[in-house]
Design a protein around this ligand. Structure first.
Ligand SMILES: *Cc1c(COP(=O)(O)O)cnc(C)c1O
Length: 361
């Protein structure tokens, strides 16, 4: 891939940038640059360009505005103790981006090109990478259908873009979130787009998120579409249930049935939990298992995981069947241990035995 460097001639002043990083939060400020690559059926991928971050101009009849043909990824760059910067398993994000593209009838960007755009942007904007543990530079690659016209068909033009935003601690690690288990709406059905990271999945989820808020909950938990019984995910994160306690605990996550988004954090935790000496399982978990397990004390902790928040404890779960609170409603010891281990690996303070960190600069 050819990549033209045309960096922002007037980047944000050092003091302003540092104030923006220190402000924390998520997605409020963006780095000085972005990367754009255009694709057309006739010519394939164009030369990539790194240029100043800024608005883009599109015809109002551009396909993405009407039929939602769009995919995205979410990953992070972490500063390391030696001052270098690493990505966490970028090959996994690249592979998933290509699979999402295939499902949404968008062109597949080769894995090495995807990673090169990211390392180029991170190198260029490296001063935007926060250096506290728990903070990172959140990277958002995405692709939109750019053919102009209202006919419903797979777009013959697409645009890949890459933007980045400094991320503070996303959720407060000391607080457990409360969830609303939706029995009315579903996120995904077999044959649908549940496995793809596409904006449409999120658009369809927002009404349930609103309902969760009305119920006084922070997030929605999704059940399977057919029986409305099998626990799938929480908002944009995967779920983990801990049975038992101490060294004999078993760490269980819902099995990937084709409707769940296969999270890279989920996958990494299967390995981290095993390394920590726990039994790990991918299994079908029903809402009855959840209610009964919490009541009997067999389920001792529940957490959600994803790139943005890493690991976030779940306390109370509310649904039309009642409210069940796990443990004392605060983050449990295994949840904290897994969170700290994974964060430690990502930040280079715990040995990276599996070669997950990829140094970019
Ligand atoms: C992105 C995402 C996740 C988490 O995936 P990670 O790769 O761990 O960030 C889980 N569920 C949904 C619906 C998602 O979009």
């Amino acid at each position: 891939m050819r990549l033209k460097l045309n960096p922002n001639p007037s980047p944000v002043k050092d003091s302003d940038r540092d104030a923006k990083i220190a402000a924390g939060g998520f997605g409020k400020y963006y780095t000085d640059n972005m990367v754009v690559i255009n694709w057309s059926e006739a010519e394939g991928w164009s030369e990539a360009e790194l240029k100043a971050y800024g608005p883009i101009s599109l015809d109002p009849a551009t396909a993405v505005f009407h039929y939602g043909q769009e995919i995205f990824e979410g990953m992070k760059a972490y500063s390391q103790p030696d001052g270098s910067i690493s990505l966490f398993r970028p090959d996994a994000n690249a592979g998933r981006f290509a699979r999402s593209a295939a499902r949404l009838a968008l062109p597949e960007l080769p894995v090495e090109d995807f990673i090169e755009t990211i390392s180029t942007l991170v190198k260029q904007d490296r001063k935007w990478v926060p250096n506290k543990v728990g903070e990172s530079l959140y990277i958002r690659p995405f692709m939109i259908a750019t053919e102009v016209g209202l006919g419903v068909r797979p777009s013959n033009k697409a645009m890949y873009m890459l933007i980045a935003t400094p991320a503070g601690a996303y959720f407060n690690a000391a607080v457990a979130v409360t969830v609303w288990i939706s029995t009315e709406y579903v996120r995904a059905a077999i044959g649908g787009t549940g496995e793809a990271k596409c904006g449409g999945n999120y658009a369809a989820s927002l009404v349930a998120q609103k309902q969760a808020a009305t119920q006084g909950c922070d997030q929605v938990v999704w059940l399977d579409a057919i029986e409305r019984r099998w626990v799938e995910e929480m908002g944009g994160m995967n779920l983990y249930f801990i049975k038992g306690s101490g060294k004999g605990a078993t760490v269980v996550t819902p099995k990937l049935t084709g409707t769940l988004l296969p999270g890279i954090t989920r996958d990494s935790i299967l390995t981290v939990a095993k390394d920590l000496g726990y039994k790990v399982e991918e299994a079908m978990i029903s809402i009855d298992d959840w209610r009964d397990g919490v009541a009997s004390g067999e389920i001792t902790e529940i957490f959600a995981c994803g790139t943005a928040a890493v690991v976030s404890a779940i306390g109370a779960a509310k649904s039309q069947y009642g409210t069940w609170t796990t443990g004392d409603g605060t983050p449990g010891p295994i949840t904290k241990q897994i969170r700290e281990t994974l964060l430690g690996i990502q930040h280079g303070v715990i040995e990276d035995k599996h070669g997950w960190n990829v140094k970019v600069c």
